[in-house]
Design a protein around this ligand. Structure first.
Ligand SMILES: Cc1cc2nc3c(=O)[nH]c(=O)nc-3n(C[C@H](O)[C@H](O)[C@H](O)COP(=O)(O)OP(=O)(O)OC[C@H]3O[C@@H](n4cnc5c(N)ncnc54)[C@H](O)[C@@H]3O)c2cc1C
Length: 411
């Protein structure tokens, strides 16, 4: 194949949507590569409904959503190459691919990284104890269940954000009772209806302000040691399955090894409002940039990157206008802990900025300031940790483009 105009790494919602936007605007050839044998990314393994709300304005199961995005991209002329891993991104814009036909190097006009995010496994969370079978992340659990493999009978779910409740439903579907959910925060971090259904409908107790301090079992998991962070009491819960949920880490190896500037708080590449990174010609979108958000939001960031790049190329010619990232640095003050994008041009601010908070807070007013001058305020509906707090990009539209860093804090 000749070098593509744009090479997209990752055939999840973000990559497929970006590729569709580019191809349907006459940019081509557009090639999407994915290391998996099927396109669609994480939603392929999520049987439940609720996908597509933000981007397609309908609720679909994960596999149906994945198929729809893949079909739409292919119909627009996008080529999707599966079982192909992008292994390196060169300083000269080249990209190395390894697939069934061997190793290949390409020189696309631009590269869009949409490699997604994953949950940190037990080993990365440094949970002590034995090394028995029966230990999963939600993603592993879903693949296991989709493959028809037996899971266990009694499970502890670690975490209480949206994805933890999704794990409870997957366990139920596999005939496994969830005997406890454990979170180190004082309450759950999902919407009240999910928490209510788990507690009342499924009778799953929530151990708040608690943490898992050990796994016990030889061969198979036998019990989970849980410490109450308020009283210090330790309890052993009989369980043959434990699911570690949330605690997202972007699949950032390609970006990091290529030397792109990284955002310390999210661990994804530093991007601006339309996905440009610190390297000209390299863009990033989706969960790689916003770990732990919905598939619809990942698709919308892919849409923005695809549309902006196509628009720029139509007016200035191929290869132009794909970066590097430019604008003011935006930082957060605790308890806020991250903002995406973290570089914004106030004259071309994105529709929204997504913030995260480390803890529950009664302070709901987000204040934007630059050099001590207040730029604007926005009242949040909630300040729940592990959920995005959306503020309009217009909050910083009054910033002086030469005036230095913009700070976002809670008042
Ligand atoms: C268990 C679980 C449940 C979820 N439930 C929901 C839900 O109910 N509703 C919802 O909206 N969202 C849900 N999400 C979140 C949603 O799945 C993600 O936001 C979304 O998939 C992110 O899309 P993406 O395209 O950025 O990344 P992904 O979907 O992760 O796709 C990234 C793709 O990149 C490929 N890739 C990575 N590195 C390389 C490489 N070097 N070379 C080639 N290919 C590569 C991967 O194989 C993958 O296919 C859930 C996530 C999980 C894990």
């Amino acid at each position: 194949m000749t070098d593509p105009a744009v090479l997209v790494v990752g055939a999840g919602p973000a990559g497929l949507t970006a590729a569709f936007e580019l191809a349907s605007r006459g940019i081509g050839p557009v090639l999407v590569v994915d290391r998996e044998a099927e396109a669609g990314g994480v939603p392929r393994h999520c049987e439940h409904n609720g996908f597509g709300l933000q981007d397609l304005h309908r609720s679909m199961s994960g596999p149906a959503y994945a198929r729809r995005l893949a079909r739409r991209a292919e119909r627009a002329g996008v080529r999707v190459r599966l079982r192909t891993t992008a292994t390196a991104l060169g300083d000269d814009g080249s990209i190395s691919l390894a697939g069934p036909d061997g190793i290949e190097s390409m020189h696309p006009g631009a590269v869009l990284l949409a490699t997604g995010a994953r949950e940190r496994p037990r080993s990365a969370r440094l949970v002590p104890g034995d090394r028995p079978a029966g230990v999963f992340t939600t993603g592993q659990l879903q693949q296991w269940v989709a493959g028809g493999l037996p899971v266990g009978s009694r499970a502890v779910v670690v975490g209480a954000e949206h994805v933890a409740y999704s794990a409870v439903l997957t366990l139920r579907h596999a005939g496994v009772a969830t005997v406890a959910m454990v979170t180190d925060l004082p309450r759950h971090q999902t919407v009240s209806a999910f928490a209510w259904f788990a507690r009342r409908g499924l009778r799953v107790p929530l151990r708040a302000s608690s943490r898992v301090i050990g796994l016990r079992g030889h061969g198979r998991l036998e019990s989970v040691e849980v410490e109450d962070l308020v009283t210090g009491a330790v309890e052993c819960i009989d369980a043959d399955t434990v699911v570690f949920t949330g605690d997202w880490i972007p699949d950032n190896d390609l970006a990091r090894r290529a030397g792109l500037s990284m955002e310390q708080s999210t661990r994804g590449p530093l991007t601006d409002g339309w996905g440009r990174t610190s390297r000209p010609g390299v863009l990033a979108a989706g969960a790689l940039v916003h770990p732990g958000e919905t598939a619809g939001l990942a698709a919308l960031t892919g849409r923005t990157a695809g549309r902006r790049l196509a628009g720029q190329w139509s007016s200035s010619g191929p290869g132009r206008g794909a970066g590097p990232v430019t604008g003011l640095s935006v930082i957060t003050v605790a308890p806020l802990c991250s903002v995406v994008p973290a570089v914004v041009d106030p004259r071309d601010a994105p529709a929204r900025l997504l913030l995260r908070s480390k803890v529950f807070s009664d302070r709901r007013l987000v204040v934007a300031s630059q050099g001590g001058r207040e730029l604007g305020r926005h009242r949040l509906r909630h300040s729940t940790p592990h959920r995005s707090l959306s503020v309009p990009g217009s909050l910083i539209a009054r910033a002086d483009p030469a005036g230095g860093t913009v700070e976002l804090s809670l008042a």
